[in-house]
Design a protein around this ligand. Sequence first.
Ligand code: FUB
Length: 344
Amino acid sequence: QKTEDKQVEETQQKKESEFRNKPLVTDIYTADPSAHVFENRLYVYPSHDVDAGVKEDDFGGHFDMRDYHVFSMDSVGGKVTDHGVALSVDDVPWAARQLWAPDAAKKGDSYYLYFPAKDKDGVFHIGVAVASRPEGPFKAEKLPIKGSLSIDPAVFKDDDGAYYMYLGGIWGGQLQNWRTGEYDHHTKTPYDNEPADDEPAIGPRVARMSDDMLQFDEKLKEIRILDKEGNPILAGDHDRRFFEAAWVHKYKGKYYFSYSTGDTHYIAYATGDSPYGPFTYQGNILNPVEGWTNHHSIAEFNGQWYIFYHDTELSGKTHLRNIKVSPLKHREDGTIETISTVTE
Ligand code: FUB
């Protein structure tokens, strides 16, 4: 029995070393991968990076994406199928540009693609599009979700069947411009409405979804991320404060809220006992990768946990990224092992 177990472990390790830290898609640029298991298959909903010729700026104008492709695989390390264009900005009545990091959810027989885009006034909102298959094609609603703002939607289904959307991103993601409740159209830099360094950092937002999955069922609430003493993480604490790329998974009854720290380039995580938080900062899941942005998702497939992420291996350019996957390990005490993909 021991030899058999060893053999299984060795085969698994060999398979893992073959896909670990390798681009999953090489013929187009992909980023911000949101992974879900639907119909016993692993589906990935990434951004589709393109070189639109927009000069790099602090608002992220060079991330000027226009459509989404959906990818799927029947095993991690197996063939990755590109299902083609699932939604294009031209088919979203309210959206003008910049289709940033999406996510997807299934409820009943329908699939929902959630995506951020700038409207004609240059303000980010979250849209939703519906399909009868996980790969689409998706049909967009005429208007964005009422009360939605900023970027990076992530939809989490709790064990009781309730769905929650997490969202937000500061700087180019505009979350700081909503501090009064109304959007501030007069900012000149992405840093204008940031709190002082010794004030609590701006928190991501969460709302439960309506039954039909097309709206929020309540007002967006701000999530608090605390240190181990129970104090809010401060805006000046760039190693730990929330920047963008929210994701929630549940493990052994605990809610794990993970996110990018932006300019310090970590994927950090915090844990809590409710989908609304508060969440207590625990550490880093993923160290900085090649390229400025770091954005991930976490999913369990066939009994193994994985982190999907991106870097810039194929292009060397920060806005032309490629998605990757690596196994993720929860330790016995509930903490997560930190992954490093760049060797110093
Ligand atoms: O892909 C555009 C933006 O870059 C995403 O929305 C952010 O999370 C960052 O990865």
